[in-house]
Ligand binder design. Structure first.
Ligand code: PMP
Length: 393
């Protein structure tokens, strides 16, 4: 059976060019990038090349890039590091209800430590309302953290407008751009972003490596205690092969951004149109236009997304009912809930995320299987069509 992978928001296959670039750093140039001898200097040179490539791709200085183990660490560090370093100015943080758990859980922890956090509502498309953001900024606000694009429904936020508001109010602006880098054009300097988290494995790079961009001049506390790596802010031996791969992956993803986005959004639009035509009582979650080129999130009335996922899996098609971090545990899909999607349609949601290599044939096969599975499940569903709730908001 030819398997089909439509869970690229979860993780992606590594690019062969990226892998080739990494290989020598496992057993040939294997020095510790902090060592002063030639083995170390060679590793350090490779790390610095990766830093330069990433800085160029996202529009910042190499000195503003700090390597981490991934976006979870970057988000933990950004929230805590920025909050602690700026606590003298105020103790209020603003974020949204649809952030990744690595932001939300860190905010909850900060609340226990005496910070106050406002979790902004979103509209039915998953967009943060700018008037609500403005309304919630006060004298005590030190940090705004709003994701660039949502991992579940693919909605792309108005990052430029949010950044402008933060600038005008003198508040630090951090964005979790994990799903956006390589899919949406982001220039940190031009957009006035103060801090930004992102990860390698979402853009055809290796897992377990990511970065935090922090604009020079923004105060941030150190995260890991130990050696003096990363300007004494993030201790720990650098993962040279992964960093090399990450640098190459970001370079390629940003170089090919327009062509990849065009190809994926054409397939995405085709998928949505076909499914809407062929399967009734189906709803698109997220913004119809302002969404990631590879994201399709749909609710199928009368049935559970989880059953659809397992039945597609039996046919060799991998999709998701939410983020990988929360799948496996049955917890309320808080992103859809925040968007006002009714509880039965929350349960009926399935996420299909394409890659730059996804083909039309794979999409057609998936639609055919999906149609059969939905029909089968509806036949045995205790819920009638008439009982299917509509979007609330
Ligand atoms: N933020 C977002 C928006 C994500 O989608 C993810 C990955 N699911 C993360 C943060 C965490 O990234 P990592 O897997 O690199 O820790």
């Amino acid at each position: 059976m030819n398997k089909i992978y439509l869970d690229n928001a979860s993780t992606t296959a590594i690019n062969s060019e990226v892998m080739a670039e990494m290989m020598p750093y496992f057993n040939s140039v294997y020095g510790n990038a902090s060592s002063l001898h030639s083995f170390g200097r060679d590793a350090k040179a490779a790390v610095e090349t990766a830093r330069e490539r990433i800085a160029k791709a996202i529009g910042c200085l190499p000195s503003e890039i700090y390597f981490t183990s991934g976006a979870t660490e970057s988000n933990n560090w950004a929230l805590r590091g920025l909050a602690y370093a700026n606590a003298g100015k105020g103790k209020h943080i603003i974020t949204s209800k649809i952030e990744h758990p690595s932001v939300l859980e860190t905010c909850r922890q900060l609340e226990k430590e005496g910070f106050t956090v406002t979790y902004l509502d979103v509209d039915k498309y998953g967009l943060v309302r700018l008037d609500k953001l403005l309304h919630n900024i006060d004298q005590d606000t030190i940090l705004i953290s709003i994701m660039a694009a949502n991992n579940e429904v693919g909605t792309i936020q108005n990052i430029q407008a949010i950044s402008n508001i933060a600038k005008e109010k003198g508040v630090i602006f951090h964005t979790d751009a994990t799903q956006a880098i390589g899919s949406v054009n982001i220039n940190a300097k031009e957009m006035g972003i103060d801090a930004m988290s992102f990860s390698s494995h979402k853009l055809y790079g290796p897992k377990g490596v990511g970065a935090l961009y922090v604009r020079n001049g923004v105060m941030i506390d150190k995260f890991m205690n130990g050696g003096e790596q990363e300007k004494n802010l993030r201790a720990g031996t650098l993962n040279t092969p992964a960093i090399v791969g990450f640098g190459k992956a970001v370079e390629i993803a940003c170089r090919d951004i327009i062509a990849n986005a065009k190809k994926m959004s054409n397939l995405r639009n085709y998928f949505i149109k076909e499914v809407m035509n062929r399967i009734d009582t189906t709803f698109l979650n997220g913004h119809p236009i302002q969404r990631l080129p590879n994201n399709i999130n749909m609710s199928f009335g009368q049935i559970e997304g989880e059953s659809v996922m397992f039945m597609l899996d039996m046919e060799g098609i991998a999709v998701s009912t939410g983020s990988a971090c929360s799948s496996g545990v049955t917890e309320p899909p808080y992103v859809l809930e925040a968007m006002g999607v009714s509880p039965d349609l929350q349960k009926g949601a399935v996420r299909f995320t394409l890659s730059k290599s996804t083909t039309k044939e794979e999409i057609d096969t998936t639609i055919d299987e999906l149609e059969k599975i939905v029909k089968k499940l509806r036949k045995i569903s205790p819920i009638t069509k008439a009982q299917v709730g509509k979007m609330k908001k």
